[in-house]
Design a protein around this ligand. Structure first.
Ligand code: BES
Ligand code: ZN
Ligand code: ZN
Length: 503
């Protein structure tokens, strides 16, 4: 999709369709009023006659509106003006784009980006518009033998801002929105692939490809190197599979040589059967999404590189397939992690933490500014928080605050849970330094407690995205989350380092 930014005069826009909003009880938005004035009350008359009420989701397509340059005018219902907030804004953009795409015409002009949304500026509205548009148009049909053909696909969209002096900042917001949306697309494409295609080797190849395209450095460790290092916790998970494990390190170095890197660690279980602690059959197909954390951190590094952020960012992806094979790890097996701490693997389905702990020890060598791991780690997180917010736990409150703020700024929200010492005792083992599970209570917290034992040397936060990374049911698919949150976190860090005057 090609995007443009323009300011003012919707009535003079030459395009196949100009989109304007109408609030409930037939109140025209400002751009709709401008159109109405040029058309000498044509819209007001239609509304008076009851052709459109302005309810959220309503649309009305008009042809040859007098006095208007565009071929068509699309009215989009916005609901009650007083209740028009982030969610309603996003829904209106989605409705507009869906309708435009079905209408025919290669291009469109959206004035919805001028609508005021409480506490949000035009830059937010532009970024969100781009993200929602790409989300609405996203299709994953590469594995269907017949694609759904769209007769005349939309190719170009113009996003309007109210004032000329907003143009430069809106262009910047557009770039950011496109990078974030592009990252989300990459994440979705990787995560939606089935486990028989998206294997650890496939992910490693994708990382190599990203490195080639964006001039990043990439380093991939195979089984032998991991054995030599002593990553026996990670390797224990890979034992039951014919797919060899991979350990991916993808570096974007946009900062100075002495800027400490921000390290993003992503759980890359390309399929999670549970291993010998086998999962039940219903919905097990969704365990192809167990590499969503990996996909999100690779996608974030790509987006950061695209925006040339003045930061050093390293994505680290431990990736394995969790299968029950003849050589698979048994419940009760004890392994020594890279850190030297021993682990009694009481449940082979709690495998995410087993691969992450070795990655979290490995990253000490980068002397990180901070480490954020991203993982579809616990079913308990879905029970606690549902599909709305990601779970956040951290050993540093400042870092937690930054991530929560980034989640709010990007509308990809997270919620903090307590990482208290009191929960640690649940991981007690009679035979090793710790067990890999803590019982049914507080499952998300005990998983984070386990990880916290490997993150003593740096500021660390953990995002549990089990409930937010993908949708189930008829809308089954990857959501692209938490790429927006991670990108806003990086954008805020980049701004901070620019303010410090070092770039
Ligand atoms: N990948 C799962 C977590 C998960 C569950 C993600 C549902 C998305 C939806 C993880 O590896 C797992 O199986 N965790 C276990 C941990 C338990 C054995 C302590 C779980 O949540 O049941
Ligand atoms: Zn599992
Ligand atoms: Zn898992």
């Amino acid at each position: 999709m090609e995007f443009n930014i323009k300011s003012g005069s919707p009535e003079k826009q030459r395009s196949a369709c100009v989109v304007v909003g109408v609030f409930e009880s037939r109140k025209l938005s400002l751009p709709a009023e401008l159109i109405d004035n040029a058309a000498e009350g044509y819209l007001a008359e239609l509304l008076r006659r009851g052709d459109m009420e302005g309810k959220a989701g309503n649309t009305l397509l008009l042809h040859k509106v007098p006095g208007i340059e565009a071929d068509r005018v699309l009215l989009v219902g916005l609901g009650k003006e007083k209740e028009f907030r982030e969610k309603e804004y996003r829904a209106a953009i989605a409705t507009a784009v869906r309708t435009l795409n079905e209408t025919g015409g290669f291009d469109g002009t959206l004035t919805l980006t001028e609508l005021p949304v409480k506490k949000r500026d035009f830059a937010w509205r532009i970024r969100q518009a781009v993200i929602v548009i790409q989300e609405t148009l996203y299709r994953f049909d590469q594995l269907k033998s017949k694609k759904d053909e769209v007769r005349r696909p939309l190719r170009k969209l113009t996003l309007c801002v109210e004032r000329r002096n907003e143009l430069a900042a809106a262009e910047q917001a557009l770039q950011e929105g496109q990078a974030i949306a592009g990252g989300m697309n990459l994440m979705k494409n990787l995560a939606n692939l089935p486990g028989n295609i998206c294997t650890p080797t496939y992910l490693a190849d994708q990382a190599r490809e990203l490195a080639r395209e964006h001039e990043l450095s990439v380093d991939i460790l195979g089984r032998t190197e991991m054995e030599q290092l002593g990553m026996h916790s990670l390797l224990a998970v890979a034992r039951g599979s014919h797919q060899p494990p991979q350990f991916i390190v993808l570096k974007y170095l946009g900062g100075t040589a002495d800027d400490k890197p921000i390290v993003l660690v992503g759980k890359g279980v390309t399929f999670d059967t549970g291993g010998i602690s086998l999962k039940p059959a219903p919905d097990m197909d969704e365990m192809k999404y167990d590499m969503s954390g990996a996909a999100s951190v690779l996608a974030t590094v790509k987006a950061a590189a695209q925006l040339k952020l003045p930061l050093n960012v390293i994505a680290v992806v431990p990736t394995v397939e969790n299968m029950p094979g003849g050589a698979a790890t048994r419940p009760g097996d004890i392994v020594t992690s890279l850190s030297g701490q021993t682990i009694e693997i009481l449940n082979t389905d709690a495998e995410g933490r087993l691969i992450l702990c070795d990655a979290l020890t490995y990253v000490e060598r980068f002397d990180p500014a901070c480490v954020v791991d991203v993982a579809t780690l616990t079913g308990a997180c879905v029970i606690a928080l549902g599909h709305v917010v990601s779970g956040l736990l951290a050993n540093d409150d400042g870092l937690a605050r930054e991530l929560l703020d980034a989640g709010n700024a990007s509308w990809d929200r997270a919620w903090q849970m307590p990482l208290l010492e009191d929960y640690q005792e649940l991981l007690q083992s009679n035979f090793a330094d710790m067990g890999n599970i803590g019982g049914r209570a507080a499952g998300t917290i005990t998983a984070a407690c386990f990880l916290s034992r490997f993150t003593k040397k740096y500021d660390w936060a953990h995002l549990d995205i089990a409930g937010t990374a993908n949708k189930s049911g008829k809308d089954k698919g990857s959501t692209g989350r938490p790429v927006p949150l991670l990108m806003h976190f990086l954008l805020a860090r980049a701004e901070k380092s620019a303010l410090a005057g070092r770039h």
